[in-house]
Design a protein around this ligand. Sequence first.
Ligand SMILES: N[C@@H](CCC(=O)N[C@@H](CS)C(=O)NCC(=O)O)C(=O)O
Length: 207
Amino acid sequence: MRMLEIWGRTNSVNVKKVLWTCEELGLPYTRHDAGGAFGVVATPAYRAMNPNGLVPTLVDGDLTLWESNTISRYLAAKYGEGRLLSTDPGRRAKAEQWMDWTHSFAYPFRDVIFGLLRTPPEKCDLAAIERGRQICAGLFMIADAALSAHAFLAGEEFGLADIVLGPFAYVWYGLDIERPATPHLDRWYGELQKRPAWAKVVAIGLS
Ligand SMILES: N[C@@H](CCC(=O)N[C@@H](CS)C(=O)NCC(=O)O)C(=O)O
């Protein structure tokens, strides 16, 4: 098959979702650094691909796509043959429900990650970090309740719902912050860590 082209820095949770999807499906890809300190995203050439100036962006032949969840869904639908995303409409919708739900993390998570990892201590907005932490804790408790009923987020099989939440969980467990008890999420997190792609594209350190 032809080589996929992916733009995005490796420490982005949204880029990780796409790289992890490729790794699980065994898809060859070329990745280009973009975003954060790499810049690129403000150039006219990049904006022509992705008018948001955000990462990731995927180019697959004639098709250019942005929005990480959409990219992962596309890759699974086109190349997965039922892997990672069920072809049964109900089971697929269950996975997509969780994928869409992870957008709830975007702003609170950004406050936590930027505040604790990317801002000098004297410039930290501690109130925003704490507000974000509390919202993220509530969201992870929702996932914990779901994971008390089945092995993975959308059912008994690992799939895109897990891939989309996993990079957030990596940061959540890696930060030195207060976390509520989430025994089922902990078990699920242990399962993610056993996957070879986890070490390759997700667990690469926090930055
Ligand atoms: N909803 C978009 C959000 C994309 C997004 O916010 N990407 C962040 C990185 S996680 C970004 O591009 N930040 C600016 C930068 O890295 O320069 C998606 O899921 O793809």
